[in-house]
Design a protein around this ligand. Structure first.
Ligand SMILES: [Zn+2]
Length: 69
């Protein structure tokens, strides 16, 4: 088995908030998203890749409106 503790030390882009997902395969907790995509108004999707088992998945997040009309 290999240790992966130090691999993600250089990650700079992570979604804000503490609502990080866990891997549905091995239940390891995700540290930071691989990529993010802006889908539509207030909707952002994140691509996650598990460092433990390599499983990739996408989550979608709705952002709260920051500007009042
Ligand atoms: Zn995993």
């Amino acid at each position: 088995m290999s240790a992966v503790a130090a691999v993600l030390s250089a990650v700079t882009h992570s979604p804000r908030g503490s609502d990080l997902p866990t891997c549905p395969v091995c239940a390891d907790s995700m540290v930071a998203a691989e990529a993010s995509a802006y889908l539509a108004d207030n909707i952002i999707s994140y691509l996650w890749t598990c460092d433990t088992c390599g499983y990739g998945f996408v989550t979608k997040h709705s952002l709260k409106r920051l500007v009042c009309n």
